[in-house]
Design a protein around this ligand. Structure first.
Ligand code: CP
Ligand code: NVA
Length: 303
């Protein structure tokens, strides 16, 4: 695997292999075994045009634990912020660093960077996908539920956002049931819906309560993704019925997991009470970012 640009581009076998590797790395780290040094003598760049806590920290720690060194470049500290084209930036970076982890807006920028730099490139969130998040979430499902076979995951909130879309690809690839519960105006475009509905694993609804019935996982994300801040006021109103609260939890399986990619906005997409009752799962997801991404780093370095 040369890059991780999206889950769309990943096969079921690749995802399975990454999760097995992540489990091994997690086990070893808990046993204080940090002997994997796949990134020895390598220098990696983290190029971020959007804010981050979990992704930045987990990649910085992961790269160091695998023996590499890391530099962080925010867009306003580089010439990217002054309009230097991505393909020029990529050709410079590709001559100096060994790999890049990119958080940005357009998916095409990550794809172009990979093409023009020639170095392993990892998508750390674009407007289109957040593959590293969903790998960590699948690892959490594996640990907590034993896997995803015959499981029903319900995503509540902005059904057209990066996290929702990566869930759709994960459901399609791994074969579990995903229901996307979102206001009509925040479901993905019709052609996208048709493409996924045809596979039989992903469905779409605006009825949050009906979606929650028999769910094994209730999942949410912020209602206002980075870059959408000017729509905040309208979004907060229209998303209210999609909040994960006691009523939604009661409608699901009694043992349902509540998951959140974080950061969480209490009393918006999730209540304080539900979040704290499920903090064990939610912060396990956050920890799993580190293990899953170390697996990704090892895989892309191996090529
Ligand atoms: N979930 C996630 O990607 O968090 P950050 O934005 O803090 O990296
Ligand atoms: N959909 C959110 C994910 C944050 C981790 C965003 O893009 O801001």
């Amino acid at each position: 695997m040369k890059h991780l640009l999206s889950l769309e581009a990943a096969s079921a076998d690749e995802i399975e292999a990454l999760l097995i590797s992540a489990e091994e790395l997690k086990f070893k780290r808990w046993a204080n075994d940090l002997s994997d040094d796949d990134l020895k003598d390598q220098c990696w760049a983290l190029m971020f045009s959007k804010s981050s806590t979990r992704t930045r920290v987990s990649f910085e720690v992961g790269i160091r634990e695998l023996g590499g060194s890391v530099m962080f470049l925010s867009s306003n500290q580089s010439q990217l912020g002054r309009g230097e084209p991505i393909k020029d930036t990529a050709r410079v970076m590709g001559r100096m660093v060994h790999g890049a982890v990119i958080r940005t807006f357009a998916q095409d920028d990550v794809e172009q960077f990979a093409e023009f730099s020639g170095i392993p490139t990892i998508n750390a969130l674009t407007d289109e996908e957040h593959p590293c998040q969903i790998l960590a979430d699948l690892l959490t499902m594996k640990e907590k539920l034993g896997g995803w076979e015959d499981r029903k995951v319900v995503f509540f909130g902005d059904g057209d956002c990066n996290v929702a879309k990566s869930w759709m690809w994960a459901a399609e690839r791994m074969g579990f049931q995903l229901v996307v519960a979102a206001p009509e105006a925040f479901l993905p475009p019709q052609d996208y819906q048709q493409q996924f509905s045809a596979g039989g694993k992903v469905s779409f609804t605006s009825d949050a309560a009906a979606a929650a019935a028999h769910a094994d996982v209730l999942y949410t994300d912020v209602w206002v993704s980075m870059g959408k801040e000017d729509e905040s006021e309208d979004r907060l109103d229209v998303f209210k019925p999609y909040q994960i609260n006691d009523a939604i939890v009661t409608a699901a399986c009694s043992s349902a997991l509540v998951m959140h990619c974080l950061p969480a906005y209490r009393e918006k997409e999730i209540t304080e009470k539900v979040l704290e009752a499920h903090a064990d799962t939610i912060f396990q997801q956050a920890e799993n970012r580190l293990h899953a991404q170390k697996a990704v780093l090892k895989a892309v370095v191996a090529g």
